[in-house]
Design a protein around this ligand. Structure first.
Ligand SMILES: CC(C)(COP(=O)(O)OP(=O)(O)OC[C@H]1O[C@@H](n2cnc3c(N)ncnc32)[C@H](O)[C@@H]1OP(=O)(O)O)[C@@H](O)C(=O)NCCC(=O)NCCS
Length: 393
């Protein structure tokens, strides 16, 4: 009889797990070895499944915070879920994901985010059965190197343990400005493949480049659009440095990202791989957003307001009195907003537009004391939050 057990990561696991992840093409061992540079990750965030004392499965949860005004929303990123091919279809993967979801809940995450491929294996369906819904698709563009502008003033430097602080500085700047994700969650830029793009020795962009299917591929680009609104020159500098032989290269992007919006000449196409998200707790989200809601109410000149919200089986009331937001039970007279089809995380991460969602029935507004525009202006003025930035992995 075999025994299946679960435990946290321990020294020695890397030699077994890193080759699995490398074989999937997910990451190189050197990157996995640097995982605890990410302060969103601890030994207890990694679950190892063992059969008769031998590791057969792995999953991990990285905790992120997303800033909305002065509020910090906690988002968990589940990733690197893998079961050794000899041990599949016997419940190991299912137990790993359930444990990671449970851990996310214990860490007070309000949302859980991950990437899955609908076309590949049972994972996508397994996540859908657990309430995950597609947040956004992914895009890729294949571009001629020669078509890109050359900017002689840009220099490219390969990041290593000595100078990845350039990138940490850029992350911090972007975090403050755009994503609100504290930079220390992100100091994972060493471990290979990262490059910094500098002008006058100040960093303007950072890129993660890897060869995929024979083409140099820019998988991530962090760039400061106030320094350089058109990232094409930075991309060009990186591609030339990464592989001077290639005449074409590939760029990965997300539909609403600044990168895609600022490169309209690129031939962006949808590619497999979906960002998926599930709501852990509606109450949790609004507990974490109380300060933001208070700030917004003051901006909008609200004195006292009440609203009821519903997602799945959860219904909560939000009350504003004396410049303080509290959560309460809903009242009969409250205006109520119901979120369907997994749309709530998309609104929260700035991916969807509530007016469109109202018209297609994914969001339903039941009139009460509050007006529809006031309600949505109060709750949903979120900037687009690049989930790739959330992940860091
Ligand atoms: C995805 C993966 C982790 C699943 O591991 P596993 O141990 O085989 O999974 P389980 O036996 O626990 O099955 C998980 C669920 O999928 C279903 N399932 C498993 N294999 C299936 C198959 N071949 N076809 C249909 N359903 C399947 C199970 O019924 C189970 O359903 P549940 O949601 O009701 O629990 C494993 O296939 C794997 O490592 N794949 C390669 C890496 C990968 O794709 N990871 C996911 C990245 S997002």
């Amino acid at each position: 009889m075999t025994s299946l057990q679960f435990r946290f990561w321990q020294i020695g696991d890397d030699t077994i797990v890193a080759p699995w992840l490398e074989q999937m093409g997910w990451m190189k061992p050197v990157r996995y070895a640097a995982k605890f540079n990410d302060v969103g990750l601890q030994e207890e965030s990694i679950v190892i499944a063992e059969v008769d004392g031998v590791p057969v499965g792995h999953s991990m949860v990285a905790l992120r915070t997303v800033r909305h005004g002065e509020s910090l929303l906690r988002v968990a990123n589940i990733g690197q879920v893998i079961v050794h091919s000899d041990n599949r279809m016997s419940g190991v993967g299912s137990a790993l994901i359930n444990r990671s979801m449970e851990l996310s809940r214990r860490l007070d995450a309000s949302l859980i985010w991950l990437v899955a491929h609908k076309e590949k294996g049972p994972a996508f369906d397994m996540y859908e059965r657990r309430g995950f819904r597609v947040l956004e698709r992914r895009l890729s563009a294949t571009v001629d190197v020669g078509s890109l502008p050359i900017n002689q003033k840009l220099q490219v430097r390969i990041a290593d343990n000595g100078n990845s602080s350039d990138i940490a500085r850029l992350r911090k700047r972007l975090a403050t400005k755009m994503t609100g994700v504290p930079a220390q969650h992100y100091d994972v830029s060493d471990g290979g493949n990262w490059m910094s793009v500098l002008r006058d020795s100040g960093i303007v962009a950072a890129a993660f480049v890897e060869n995929t299917q024979g083409l140099p591929t820019l998988k991530k680009l962090l760039f400061d659009d106030s320094e350089d609104p058109n990232p094409s020159a930075a991309i060009s500098a990186v591609v030339r440095e990464a592989n001077s032989e290639a005449s074409e290269f590939r760029v990965h992007g997300n539909p609403a990202s600044l990168l895609v919006r600022n490169t309209p000449g690129f031939p962006w196409k949808v590619v497999p791989g979906e960002h998926m998200c599930t709501l852990v707790s509606l109450r949790g989200v609004f507990e974490q957003l109380k300060t933001y809601l208070t700030e917004r109410a003051m901006e909008l000149g609200f004195k006292s307001s009440r609203l009821a919200l519903q997602a799945g089986n959860e219904v909560i009331g939000i009350q504003l009195t004396n410049n303080t937001v509290t959560l309460s039970d809903p009242l009969q007279r409250d205006s109520r907003i119901e979120f369907k089809n997994g749309v709530f995380p998309r609104l929260l991460l700035g991916i969807k537009d509530w007016e469109k969602e109202l018209s297609d029935g994914s969001v339903v507004f039941y009139a009460g004391e509050m007006l529809v525009n006031d309600a949505f202006n109060w709750l949903f003025q979120f900037q687009y939050m690049d989930a790739t930035q959330i992940s860091g992995w």
